[in-house]
Design a protein. Structure first.
Length: 175
């Protein structure tokens, strides 16, 4: 059994539920990190954050919220705006979020970090892993395994969480 802190990049409340439960079962001490500059509006960003707070309260976990900075994300993916969903823009977006989580973990002195993005059945965990494997402390945890997606849906319903219908960026809304 593991007995160490891990920074968890959380994309939203629903995806965080099963991910947190698995980390706790494995003995990790999760610290939640909400850093999602890819989200298309501050209103949507806040709605997802509020739902993460519901989850954090259920598990009595700390949440760190990064200030919303969509323009930095837009600059990072510049030139990829016309890419199809699951293409090069998404890969670059994964990289952006993992870099942000890596910097935060380092600043907090937390040796390990991971992302809840791997729980989604709509995201390829191997692609996500490829964007984080060179970052110190990145844990390749595929939260889809062990029925993670189904569990996240069940827990999100039980908690009455807002379940968004798009990844977050303005480009994924129309896909």
């Amino acid at each position: 059994m593991i007995d160490e802190s891990i920074l968890v990049h959380c994309c939203c409340g629903p995806c965080s539920t099963a991910s947190i439960e698995r980390l706790l079962q494995e003995g990790w001490k999760p610290v939640l990190y909400f850093s999602n500059d890819n989200i298309d509006s501050e209103e949507e960003f806040e709605k997802r954050y509020e739902n993460l707070i519901i989850v954090a309260e259920k598990y009595n976990l700390r949440v760190i919220k990064k200030s919303y900075d969509h323009s930095s994300w837009r600059e990072f993916v510049k030139g990829l705006e016309q890419e199809k969903e699951h293409g090069k823009r998404c890969v670059k977006c994964f990289r952006y979020n993992l870099l942000e989580a890596s910097k935060m973990a380092e600043s907090l002195g937390i040796k390990h970090f991971c992302t809840t993005l791997t729980v989604s059945r709509f995201k390829n965990s191997f692609v996500i892993f490829s964007q984080g494997e060179d970052l110190p402390g990145f844990e390749k945890i595929d939260f889809k395994k062990k029925d993670g997606f189904a569990i996240s849906c069940k827990l999100a319903n039980e908690l009455g969480l807002y379940r968004q219908q798009y990844c977050g960026c303005e480009f994924s809304k129309n896909s």
